[in-house]
Design a protein around this ligand. Structure first.
Ligand SMILES: [Zn+2]
Length: 213
């Protein structure tokens, strides 16, 4: 394999901790393929700034696509709703970064998540972690939105839930239609949020908060 000779002289090799064989095997595999792409593009692989790039890309892919590993799924502990809280719980402006599955370049923006509890509630810090977990894989914004709400519904069985995501897609801005700054909005609705009155309350709270800032 072409990679083996490169690894032998790779200064990072010495820093590689033991006991992560599977991880480094994946890094090497991605790096091997990525250096082929660089060759096709005519990039000098021995240039000081490019020499380590295939390895960096390998490590970066495993980082930004961490959500492909089921073991990195966040623990989603729920609690009994002892206070019988039945108002809307909103977590807004959850920043996220994902990668478009069609073009493998980023899309990023904000997620707004709300639910109305029934028997179970969840610690609010868990919701951004769920967004992050599903965002860290090649995605479609529509699918990402659905995966987040499906998990909430599965774990909480709420009276209702809503997820709204606003994102900029670099595949639409740097290439293709080249529309810098355009936002794509997706939403997913379950249960009582189908009701227009409930949905309006959510949107009003969202708007009000962004005006206050
Ligand atoms: Zn795309």
């Amino acid at each position: 394999m072409a990679r083996m000779h490169r690894d032998a002289e790779d200064p990072d090799e010495r820093k590689r901790p033991r006991g992560q064989k599977a991880y480094w095997a994946k890094v090497d595999q991605i790096a091997g393929h990525f250096s082929e792409i660089m060759k096709v593009l005519g990039l000098p692989l021995d240039h000081p700034h490019l020499k380590e790039t295939p390895d960096r890309v390998g490590r970066m892919y495993l980082e930004i696509f961490r959500g492909l590993e089921e073991k990195s799924a966040p623990v989603f502990t729920t609690f009994p709703n002892e206070e019988k809280y039945s108002n809307m719980v909103i977590v807004k402006d959850i920043g996220f970064f994902s990668v478009c599955a069609h073009h493998m370049i980023p899309f990023f923006g904000k997620a707004h998540v709300a639910y109305i509890p029934d028997q179970r509630i969840v610690g609010l810090s868990k919701i951004p972690r769920v967004v992050d977990f599903y965002a860290r894989r090649p995605q479609l914004q529509e699918r990402l939105t659905e995966q987040i709400i499906d998990l909430l519904v599965e774990k909480l069985a709420p009276q209702g839930a809503i997820v709204v995501m606003e994102a900029r897609h670099l595949c639409m801005e740097m290439r293709g239609v080249e529309k810098p700054g355009a936002y794509t909005t997706t939403s997913a609705i379950r249960g009582c949020f189908e009701d227009q009155v409930v949905r309006k309350e959510f949107l009003d709270l969202l708007m009000k908060d962004s005006k206050d800032r």
